[in-house]
Design a binder for this molecule. Structure first.
Ligand SMILES: [Zn+2]
Length: 82
């Protein structure tokens, strides 16, 4: 499919606008400014989330199933000996 320059302009504008309104819903104008830092075009690329350990939640941050089972077993054994 051949795309003209106006197609790309619209696409870009739509992407920026979508992320702007998302940010505005979540954290108001302050969050929008925090992400744009003066240039709205920053939002034309990339995703709007933070992947630092404080914000993200990943399964490998929690103890593994093996470790959880071990902890449960240890607790059971303690209870049985009492
Ligand atoms: Zn973060």
């Amino acid at each position: 499919m051949n795309r003209s320059r106006s197609d790309y302009r619209k696409l870009r504008k739509r992407a920026i606008h979508r992320k702007e309104s998302l940010l505005r819903q979540l954290g108001g104008e302050e969050l929008v400014q925090g992400w744009e830092r003066g240039a709205a075009g920053r939002l034309s690329k990339g995703k709007i989330h933070c992947s630092c350990p404080l914000c993200r939640r990943k399964s490998h941050d929690a103890p593994s199933a093996r470790d959880r089972r071990r902890a449960l077993d240890a607790a059971d054994q303690l209870r049985e000996t009492q």
